[in-house]
Every structure is written in structure tokens, then in C-alpha cells.
Design a binder for this molecule. Structure first.
Ligand SMILES: *[C@@H]1O[C@H](CO)[C@@H](O)[C@H](O)[C@H]1NC(C)=O
Length: 434
């Protein structure tokens, strides 16, 4: 009995202990499994989206000592939460895919870019309104008209659709090279004829003189006259250009002139599709970054100083409208008119104001079209635009710095961003897939 009794007592003790252990094992295993699944779920969610559940507070999940926090996390992380988040993520992804699909359809259909057809583009060049202005005899010249050193009489042969007109100086050989190899290359377009003319002053020494003659013989895109190439003499380049077009580039007259500084990049396909498209039927226009009522500088020591003898004092003493000359588009048939105007227009030493304000104001109802949005003086913004994948914003970008490299990047970006129309306009020879 005693043995029985003893064994019964012992058994029930062991049973009790066993029961205790089993129950705890169950509790712990459930607890840890639950905790682990909670942690895993939280980590998975954290790796996909950045959420911090409110009930978790600021504590991190790895802090084992802080059981309260962990318990709260377990409480918060109901199994269905993960599913919910997952579902939401999937819906966002689906929504994004839908948008991308829509965008690619818009691009294909032309809604995203323009809907112009190739044939329409040629109309902008061939069907411009005809002018019949009374013009001065081209041999009657401004008293400031400089004399040719290099005539560039072979630059224009036959029609010219776009003439890039560039003020450059002899030492900027690198700039000219980069321009010729990229946006002003004569074979960029399948059908449009594009030319470039660099307007230069005289050489500072014998080395420069012979260098520029050689360059001109090689590329046939240089016009040089005999003024000293200084800041205060830039307006001589305007006079040179106007006279040169009339003398050597007027049969027929170029359809569009695009004046560009020699440290700027122009996207020629964007120029046609987005800018020429808007002005092709307009007469006296210039598309540029223009300013209204900019003050006339009258400080004698300033490099922009304008003497009262050349531009009389007015009230207010401003240029009503004038363009920044880094990129400006105007019709070629304005050049003979402007040349006639230049004969009687006193020389002012600021080239942009001389051409786009003083002479332009003498035209009949001149129209200034603001294209500030399409140009940037901020090279980095331009490079970002051209390295991205979105629709380009800037037709004209400053290339200050390592011009060869910057122009190359911008040209590659131009290829990468060709639109449906751009791909029809480009000469296959010049197209490089990016
Ligand atoms: C402009 O050029 C002329 C002719 O070469 C020269 O005599 C004059 O000094 C130059 N003016 C300036 C301000 O550089």
C-alpha cells in the first residue's frame, strides 16, 4: 500500500511537473512562432515600404529586453495586415503599369509630343509668306561697315532652310569644332538644308591670321572682317552678318536664321518641331529670351555703356524690348530689311540691343515671342534634362566649361530623345542609337 501510495504520489508529482512543462512549452512555442512571424512580416513590409507602425513607438524590434514593445508589435501585426499591405502595394504597381502603358500609347499616337507629319514640316520652309519690302541698294552701306578679310562666298550654295549665325572669335576653335560635329553638322537632316556661319574679327597676330585662313579653307563656314575682336566691337559682327547675307547668301534667302552664341547648344530637331512650327507663317518676329524695359547702361566705365549720341536719352531710359542673344530665331527674309535699316542706324556697342532692339523696333509691327522656358543658362539643368528619360524641356543649353564633352553629351541626349517626327526628319547617316 505504502509503495503504491508512494508511487501514486510520485507519479502524480511527475505528472504535475510534466503537465507544467508541456503547457509552458506550448505557450513558449506559440509565443515564439507568433513573435517570429510578426518580426518577419514587419521586416518584409519594411523592406518594401517605409512604414513605422504607430503602436510600435520609437523602439526597435531587436531590443529583446523590451518585451512590452515586442508584445505590442505582435499585437499590431495581425496576419491579415501583411496581406492588406501586400494588396495595396500590388494595386499601386498595377496603377503605375497602367500609367506607363497610357504614356507609351500617347507617345506613339503623338499626343505626348506633336502630331505634325513630315510633309507638313517642309511646308513651314517652302510656304512662308512672301515679302515685298522696298530695299536699299546693297552697295549703299553703313559708315561703320567693316571690310571683308574672308568673304565666305561659298558658304551658301542653293537653298538654305536654317542658317546658324554664330558670333565667334579666332581663339574659340574648340567651340566651332564641337558645333560642326553636333547640332550644326550639314548632314543632320534628311531633306532640310542646314548651314552655319561663324562671324569673326581680325586676328591678333600672324599665327592667328594663317590659322583662320586654313580653318576657313577646310570647313568653308567662316566670314571675317577687319575690326578688332573686342567686347565693345561685337556690333561689327551684326553689320558683317547682315551685309554678308545680302552679298553672298541671298539667292535664295535662308528661310530661318538662328543666332547662337558659340558656347551654346541647340537641339535642331526640337527647334523645328517645337519652335519653327509656331512661327512659320509669321512675318516680323523674333523668338528669343526677351526682356521688356531693360535699362540703358549710361555708366561711362561699364563695358555695356551706350553713348547718348548713339541712342538718345528717353523717358524712361530703357530698351522697350530686347533679346538675349544666346539663342534667337528670326526669318531670313528680314535680313535684307534689317540691312537697309542698319545703314541709317547709329552704331551702339551692345550687339544684342543693336540688332534686336534698335533695328527691330524700326520694323513694321515687330513680334517678340518669349522662349525662356525652352532655354537654360544652367548647364547642369540642361545636362540633367538630356540624360533623363522624360520629354526634353530645353531646346537650347549653355555649354560653358569643357565644351567638347558637354556638346557630346547633349548630342547623345538629342539622339536618345528623338520624337516620332524627329526620327523622320533626321538623316539616317547621322542617327546613332543610344
Ligand atoms: C574696334 O575696332 C576698331 C577697328 O579695328 C578699332 O580701331 C577699335 O579700337 C576697336 N574698339 C574697341 C573698343 O575695341
Amino acid at each position: 500500500m505504502a509503495r503504491k501510495g508512494t508511487s501514486f504520489i510520485t507519479l502524480s508529482k511527475i505528472e504535475n511537473i510534466l503537465m507544467f512543462v508541456i503547457i509552458w512549452a506550448c505557450i513558449l512555442s506559440i509565443h515564439y512562432a507568433y513573435r517570429k512571424s510578426g518580426t518577419d512580416a514587419l521586416n518584409r513590409i519594411r523592406s518594401t515600404i517605409n512604414i513605422i507602425p504607430k503602436s510600435v513607438g520609437k523602439e526597435t524590434i531587436n531590443k529583446d529586453s523590451d518585451k512590452k514593445v515586442i508584445l505590442e508589435e505582435s499585437d499590431f501585426l495581425q496576419p491579415d495586415l501583411e496581406a492588406k499591405v501586400q494588396k495595396e502595394l500590388e494595386e499601386i504597381k498595377k496603377e503605375q503599369e497602367k500609367e506607363l502603358k497610357k504614356e507609351s500609347i500617347r507617345k506613339k499616337e503623338g499626343e505626348f509630343y506633336s502630331t505634325y507629319k513630315e510633309d507638313e514640316v517642309y511646308k513651314w520652309f517652302d510656304e512662308r509668306p512672301k515679302r515685298t519690302d522696298p530695299l536699299k541698294d546693297p552697295s549703299v552701306k553703313s559708315s561703320n561697315q567693316p571690310k571683308y578679310l574672308i568673304k565666305g562666298e561659298n558658304i551658301c550654295k542653293g537653298k538654305t532652310d536654317i542658317l546658324f549665325y554664330i558670333h565667334s572669335k579666332i581663339s574659340n576653335e574648340k567651340n566651332r569644332k564641337a558645333i560642326r560635329q553636333t547640332y550644326a553638322h550639314p548632314e543632320n537632316f534628311k531633306k532640310l538644308t542646314v548651314r552655319v556661319v561663324f562671324i569673326l574679327g581680325k586676328g591678333a597676330n600672324e599665327a592667328e591670321k594663317s590659322k583662320i585662313i586654313k580653318e576657313s579653307e577646310t570647313y568653308k563656314d567662316i566670314v571675317q572682317t577687319d575690326f578688332e575682336d573686342t567686347q565693345r566691337n561685337l556690333s561689327y559682327k551684326v553689320l558683317t552678318f547682315l551685309q554678308w547675307v545680302v552679298d553672298f547668301c541671298s539667292s535664295p534667302i535662308p528661310r530661318y536664321i538662328v543666332k547662337v552664341d558659340d558656347d551654346f547648344f541647340v537641339n535642331p530637331f526640337m527647334l523645328v518641331e517645337e519652335f519653327i512650327s509656331e512661327v512659320w507663317d509669321k512675318e516680323n518676329f523674333v523668338s528669343c529670351h526677351y526682356k521688356e524695359n531693360s535699362r540703358v547702361v549710361r555708366t561711362k566705365t561699364s563695358k555695356w555703356n551706350i553713348p547718348e549720341t548713339a541712342y538718345p536719352l528717353k523717358d524712361p531710359d530703357v530698351f522697350p524690348k530686347t533679346c538675349s542673344g544666346y539663342t534667337a530665331i528670326f526669318p531670313g527674309d528680314l535680313v535684307p530689311v534689317l540691312r537697309s535699316i542698319s545703314v541709317d542706324t547709329p552704331f551702339i556697342p551692345v550687339d544684342d540691343a543693336y540688332l534686336f532692339s534698335v533695328m527691330f523696333e524700326k520694323l513694321d509691327n515687330p513680334q517678340y515671342k518669349q522662349i525662356l522656358e525652352g532655354m537654360t543658362l544652367n548647364k547642369d539643368m540642361g545636362l540633367q534634362d538630356y540624360s533623363g528619360t522624360k520629354r526634353l524641356q530645353y531646346m537650347s543649353v549653355s555649354a560653358w566649361g569643357d565644351i567638347t564633352e558637354i556638346m557630346n553629351i547633349l548630342w547623345k541626349g538629342t539622339m536618345k530623345h528623338l520624337t516620332t517626327l524627329g526620327k523622320q526628319l533626321i538623316n539616317e547617316k547621322r542617327f546613332t542609337k543610344q
